[in-house]
Design a protein around this ligand. Structure first.
Ligand code: NAG
Ligand code: NAG
Length: 356
């Protein structure tokens, strides 16, 4: 009887071990391509940030929160932890080797500028002695690592479609995308547009909006955004050769002006926020613009990878400049991101996508 009991339990132990091995295999499989890099949570990691912003010589005033007097720094020490796999740490030297001789261009508004600047700081801090050259030609800023022949460029183009000066005034043309001539021949394109679609009043850079043949004073902004995206999608479908060019879309970078959306109804902005939301879920939900974007991307013939940073950035109510940004102490910027900070993670994920 005792013997039988013994052999039963060894069978159980053997089964248990088999299950462990199976589980391990499943996890390894998840890490090798089945893992969603955009699902996870933020964890404290004292080895972050990935660079010290004070040694990034070209960091701009609007993102230089510490130089502008932001006293807390815990927000720079969070690492994005995907569920079921790990991100490879950003390796600037490896990045430049892989991209040798190639050009990378961010196209969009200041959120593109935020990510562009983060990437140049990440690369420069990894190779502080490598030669580089910064230049600007009209709307295109170029940061070139001359030893590697790698160009990291920014094309400031807030709507992707064109704003044209005509006799009647400035016309935002939802069907016209002449700006695309600057994107031809680039090896990696990372697009973004959203924040400017809601601008009204003096900061709105157009007087009329053209949709097909009709010219109007205004229209539903979400619909205008969607039509512009469709124009952009058609441009990509007919101009991009996927064997030469990889195309990404940056996703919708979220703002934090309303604490009700993160269960802190007294907060009227991101001011004084020092830590991210715990867990993986933002109580306020995802912005509608993201659903429009995903819908348009799903209709495209050419491959475009969504750098789906919305969900993870929503959790970072602590990552914005607030009083330590462009507007100074009397300003309140809860749209852009401090550097070092959240856009470094966007680039770390981009690096992981390049690796896979
Ligand atoms: C903040 O969000 C809540 C919940 O969605 C909403 O009811 C409220 O109108 C918002 N406040 C502002 C100022 O937008
Ligand atoms: C974000 O992603 C997580 C999974 O990681 C999900 O549970 C959550 O509902 C998503 N949406 C929001 C708004 O947080």
């Amino acid at each position: 009887m005792a013997l039988q009991f013994h052999s039963n339990s060894s069978v159980l132990i053997a089964i248990f071990h088999l299950l462990l091995v199976l589980l391990h295999c499943l996890q390894a499989k998840a890490a090798n391509g089945y893992c969603d890099l955009f699902k996870g949570s933020w964890v404290l990691d004292q080895s972050y940030p990935l660079y010290n912003p004070s040694v990034c010589p070209f960091i701009e005033h609007e993102f230089a929160c510490q130089r502008n007097g932001r006293p807390d720094q815990i927000y720079t020490k969070y690492k994005w932890q995907p569920q079921g796999c790990n991100l490879a740490r950003f390796d600037g030297k490896d990045f430049l080797k892989r991209m040798r001789g190639k050009s990378i261009m961010f196209v969009g508004d200041t959120l593109s500028r935020n990510q562009w600047q983060s990437l140049t700081c990440l690369l420069h801090s990894a190779l502080p002695n490598a030669n580089y050259k910064v230049s600007r030609l009209e709307d295109v800023s170029t940061f070139e690592f001359t030893d590697y022949g790698v160009k990291v460029m920014l094309d400031r183009n807030v709507y992707l479609v064109d704003v044209v000066r005509e006799q009647m005034g400035r016309v935002l043309k939802l069907d016209s995308i002449e700006g695309g001539k600057l994107w031809k021949g680039i090896d990696m394109l990372i697009f973004n547009t959203w924040h400017w679609w809601n601008r009204r009043g003096p900061s709105q850079p157009w007087d009329y909006i053209q949709d097909g043949e009709g010219i109007k004073k205004d229209m539903d902004r979400m619909l205008a955004f969607e039509k512009a995206l469709r124009t952009w999608a058609a441009w990509v479908d007919s101009n991009i050769n996927p064997s030469k060019t990889t195309v990404y879309f940056q996703g919708i970078s979220p703002s934090h002006y309303n604490g009700s959306l993160w269960n802190e109804p007294k907060a009227k902005s991101c001011a004084g926020q020092k830590i991210p939301l715990a867990g993986s879920t933002y109580p306020g939900g995802l912005p509608e613009a993201l659903f429009k974007l995903k819908e348009v991307l799903s209709t495209m013939r050419k491959p475009v990878t969504l750098l789906d940073i919305t969900n993870l950035s929503l959790l970072r109510k602590d990552g914005h400049p607030s009083h330590y940004g462009l507007g100074g102490p009397s300003g309140m910027d809860c749209s852009h991101w401090c550097l070092s900070g959240v856009p470094d993670t966007w680039n770390e994920i981009l690096y992981n996508l390049i690796l896979s």
